[in-house]
Design a protein around this ligand. Structure first.
Ligand code: GRF
Length: 196
């Protein structure tokens, strides 16, 4: 049993970040969130982090001369905040390769479908739910998995499915899946804590 120093990476609303933080506050997780890294300064997750007294950094590729200095800035911050688990919670960018390599088996992501189906390049956000609905399958869900060098390819830690009912739109499916995401992301981190 162990606890992690987490860095949450996000780009948007941050509802998964909020769910994880709530699990920490109510004692279901032992880990703590040392830092939030956002890919843009308008992410709603930043405001929530501030209200919770969690430190934040906005790191945008365009602010750096090249991809190497962008990755180095991240690695420096992660070391400074003693991060030993990276949690991608709606991070809409591809994580820099040097970070993926430095944190091998220490990066988890949540994907809003049942991987290996409906994953890979271009499968993010509403695109996923639209593809699921168009395909006519009767089930979708959420997957928490390790991150490696290939999109949505790492080992699955936890999955939970939801039923798709006749008439469900992509938006309706997104809402159902998000509820499951909020539950299983914390559960997956708890499993990792136990495995340590
Ligand atoms: C979630 O659907 C997650 O699966 C995907 O991005 C979305 C983030 O939502 N990777 P939020 O910012 O946590 O509300």
């Amino acid at each position: 049993m162990s606890a992690f120093n987490i860095a949450v990476y996000l780009s948007g609303t941050g509802s998964n970040f909020r769910a994880i933080n709530e699990s920490i506050k109510n004692g279901r997780l032992k880990s703590k969130i040392n830092l939030v890294i956002s890919s843009n300064n308008e992410a709603g997750g930043l405001e929530y982090a501030h209200s919770e007294g969690i430190e934040t950094a906005v790191l945008q590729r365009n602010d750096f001369a090249d991809s190497r200095s962008f990755a180095e800035a991240q690695l420096k911050l992660l070391a400074e905040y003693q991060v030993d688990l990276i949690v991608l919670a709606g991070y809409m960018k591809k994580l820099a390769l040097p970070v993926v390599r430095a944190y091998k088996d220490r990066i988890v992501n949540i994907h809003p479908a049942l991987l290996p189906d409906f994953g890979g390049k271009g499968m993010y956000g509403m695109f996923v739910h639209q593809a699921v609905i168009s395909s006519g399958v009767r089930k979708s869900g959420a997957t928490v998995h390790f991150v490696d060098e290939i999109y949505d390819n790492g080992k699955v830690i936890l999955q939970q499915s939801v039923e798709i009912e006749a008439g469900d739109t992509a938006e309706a499916l997104q809402k159902k899946v998000l509820q499951v995401e909020h539950k299983i992301f914390s559960e997956a981190i708890a499993l990792l804590e136990k495995a340590e």
